[in-house]
Design a binder for this molecule. Structure first.
Ligand SMILES: *[C@@H]1O[C@H](CO)[C@@H](O)[C@H](O)[C@H]1NC(C)=O
Length: 135
């Protein structure tokens, strides 16, 4: 019992250690360092807010969506122990606090499907300037 509890606490600690909640402006700045064009930044910041509230560890177990952009395991990443899907990635790598790989995958999805690949784009296809205001 006590060793089970130790493991449970350890797992919780690791999960918390790898999770990061981005500040809106921090997200907007950082994705540009991964090559996201400036004219897309406000839209991505809006999408990430609606998909995950900038939580890198967000997972929707019913839809199978992972990370800050809620990338779908149905098409883009693999839940097995070998990388797969359209982004040739592990879904679990989209749940850690490094969002460079998430952003590269989101850009690949965007290149194939555009922003409508995200259902939350319905909230982000108008004036999104407020998402990067003051950044
Ligand atoms: C998880 O995905 C389902 C199915 O797409 C959706 O209805 C639900 O709102 C999502 N949950 C969250 C917390 O985003």
């Amino acid at each position: 019992m006590s060793s089970y509890r130790t493991v449970a606490i350890l797992v919780l600690f690791v999960a918390l250690a790898n999770a990061k909640i981005y500040d809106r402006c921090e997200f907007a700045r950082e994705i540009q360092t991964y090559g996201v064009p400036y004219e897309q930044v406000a839209v991505w910041t809006c999408i990430a807010q609606h998909e995950s509230e900038y939580n890198t560890a967000a997972v929707n177990w019913s839809s199978g969506d992972h990370g800050i952009y809620q990338i779908s395991e149905l098409y883009w990443c693999s839940t097995s122990d070998t990388p797969g899907g359209g982004c040739n990635a592990l879904c679990s790598q989209f749940e850690d606090d490094y969002i460079g790989d998430d952003t590269a995958c989101a850009q690949l999805i965007y290149g194939q499907m555009g922003f409508p690949a995200w259902t939350t784009y319905q909230y982000c296809n108008g004036d999104v300037s407020s998402y990067i205001a003051g950044c």
